[in-house]
Structures are given as structure tokens and as C-alpha cells.
Design a protein around this ligand. Structure first.
Ligand code: NCD
Length: 312
């Protein structure tokens, strides 16, 4: 295995050499994407999505198929035994009997760790080697998104060192920014602007990690200062995490980027998507609007992750 982890649950498992290896491998995958790279021929991915997904699910599935593999897919709770009360642990171990690798998105924080721990126990008992990949657990983490974000930043900026990155929007509930802050904090000369409404600030545990690594960051409650960064990473206010719908309504359009706001500034504009009004469509034609390229990068990056975790 060329990375230090068996399962990918959290971005905090990814070391700098792991990230370098996966970025390089993703670049090779991207270059050869139209050739037949049959390294996962006859292998099966179980793709379990208990929360809505377009990009993550379909790019995982496209990645698996482009590697010559096949996919078993669960879409929503209604057709899964989880709705009958089956535990995540049992469900995962059962799926490990049908597939060679499992990815899951689930609304509960920590569900990814539960699944990975269950597979470790199962491995001790049976020797089964099925890796698990977190496709988003509640408002906790989304490590494969962070890896494709890293890949996108490298491609768009030509480097990962000495960057000023602005993470903006719902930093409290947005799982992608939690994982991305961790990955970016491995690089030299990184500096963050964290722009969010007061109620949606970055969690303390993420800030503590930045402090521990002496990474400069500034917290602001407006979008304007974030536009000066090299990378402007926008996010959606995460409606499904709000207890009070009125609170969501009040905050949903706190930060909206329009082409006119940019002036002569040209940050690389990213968004994990879906956008629901945070980026006006008049930004789309700009050469620095990178969010659709970012979404497409999900395929080669997930190809690299799948092939590597399956030891190919
Ligand atoms: C993100 C997610 O699910 O966390 N979407 C994605 O995977 N590209 C972001 C979001 O839903 O806002």
C-alpha cells in the first residue's frame, strides 16, 4: 500500500507523503482517463448514500467504472435495512461480504468511524480486507472532497505552498471545509481568512489545530475581505443541519458573490456544490471560476483513492 491508512475516515489520517502520492496518481489518472485503465477489473464498490448526493456518488461510481470495476448502490434509507433498525456496524459488515470496497455517506457524525471500526473487527475475525471510505458523515468530515479540492488548488494555482485561502459561508456545518483546513495546514506559508456569519463560525477544534501549527488565520463576518485571497472557497448554508427553519432563512443568503464584487481581483473561485444562490451565475464565464472543473476533478481523484486502497 502506498498510503498510511487502510480506511479513509478523516482528513487527519492523510500525511503529506500520502497527499503527494494521491495528487500525483490522480494526475496520471486524469491524463489517461479516456484509455482503458483496467486495474480494478471485476472489483465491486458498494456505494451507500443515506443522504442526498450528486457529485460524490456519481464521481465515485464513474471512477470505479473507469477503472474497469462495478458498483452496487444504495440511494436513501427507504430501501435499506437501516430503516428496520439495523446498526451501521452490521450493515457495513454484511456489505463487506458483497463488495471489495465500501463508501458511505450518512447523516450521523461519527458514522464513518463506526463503519471503519466494524470492518477492522471483522478483519481480525475473518481476514476480510475491505477498505472503507467516508463520503461525508453529518457535519463532521468529507475527506475525499478535501483531496479533490487540494488537487484543484494545485492545478489552478500551480502550487500548494504560500497561499492565502479564504474559506467562507457555513464553516460550522460545512464538512468539506473541516477536512480541507486540515489538508491545507500541511503546506508551507499557508494563511487563512475564515469568513462566516457569527452563528456559523469554524468549530474550535479546527481553530485549535491551526493554532497548534502556528498557521495564521483571521476570522471575519463579511465576504469582502475574503475576495483578496488567492483561493476563494464558497460554501452553501447547510439547511439540513438547522433546527430552526427561520434561522436558516435569515442566514441562507448572508454571503452572495456577484461578478461585480470582484473588481479587478481574480481569486480562484471554488465551491463543493450544490450552490443555492451563493455564487451568481454572472461569475460562471470568468476564467477563474473553477467550481465546475473542481467537480470534474472528483473522478480522477477518486480513481486514485480507489485504486490505491485496493492495492492496485
Ligand atoms: C458537499 C457535501 O455533501 O458536504 N457536497 C459535495 O459533496 N460536493 C457540500 C454541500 O452539500 O453543501
Amino acid at each position: 500500500m502506498n498510503v498510511s491508512f487502510r480506511h479513509l475516515v478523516s482528513a487527519s489520517q492523510v500525511t503529506r507523503p500520502d497527499a503527494d502520492f494521491l495528487m500525483q496518481r490522480a494526475a496520471e489518472m486524469e491524463k489517461n482517463i479516456n484509455d482503458s485503465i483496467d486495474v480494478l477489473r471485476w472489483k465491486i464498490l458498494a456505494s451507500l448514500f443515506y443522504e442526498p448526493s450528486t457529485r460524490t456518488r456519481f464521481s465515485f461510481e464513474a471512477a470505479m467504472r473507469r477503472l474497469g470495476g462495478q458498483v452496487l448502490t444504495a440511494d436513501g434509507f427507504q430501501f435499506s435495512s437501516l430503516i428496520k433498525g439495523e446498526s451501521i456496524e452490521d450493515n457495513t459488515v454484511v456489505m463487506a461480504g458483497y463488495a471489495d470496497v465500501i463508501t458511505m455517506r450518512h447523516p450521523a457524525n461519527g458514522s464513518a468511524k463506526q463503519a471503519a471500526d466494524a470492518l477492522d473487527l471483522h478483519r481480525q475475525r475473518t481476514g476480510s480486507e475491505v477498505p472503507f471510505i467516508n463520503a461525508g458523515d453529518g457535519n463532521n468530515e468529507h475527506p475525499t472532497q478535501a483531496l479533490l479540492d487540494l488537487y484543484t488548488i494545485q492545478k489552478e494555482c500551480g502550487r500548494l505552498d504560500n497561499l492565502h485561502v479564504a474559506l467562507t459561508g457555513d464553516l460550522k456545518n460545512g464538512r468539506t471545509v473541516h477536512s480541507l483546513a486540515h489538508l491545507l495546514s500541511m503546506y508551507e506559508g499557508m494563511r487563512f481568512t475564515l469568513a462566516s456569519p457569527q452563528q456559523l463560525k469554524m468549530p474550535e477544534h479546527v481553530l485549535d489545530e491551526l493554532r497548534a501549527k502556528n498557521i495564521p488565520f483571521e476570522e471575519v463576518d463579511a465576504l469582502e475581505p475574503a475576495i483578496d485571497a488567492d483561493v476563494l472557497y464558497m460554501t452553501r448554508v447547510q439547511k439540513e443541519r438547522f433546527e430552526q427553519p427561520e434561522e436558516y432563512e435569515r442566514l441562507k443568503h448572508a454571503f452572495v458573490l456577484k461578478a461585480a464584487d470582484l473588481g479587478d481581483r481574480k481569486p480562484v473561485i471554488m465551491h463543493p456544490l450544490p450552490r443555492v444562490g451563493e455564487i451568481a451565475t454572472d461569475v460562471d464565464p470568468l476564467p477563474n471560476a473553477a467550481y465546475f472543473r473542481q467537480a470534474q476533478n472528483g473522478v480522477p481523484v477518486r480513481m486514485a483513492i480507489l485504486a490505491t486502497l485496493l492495492g492496485k
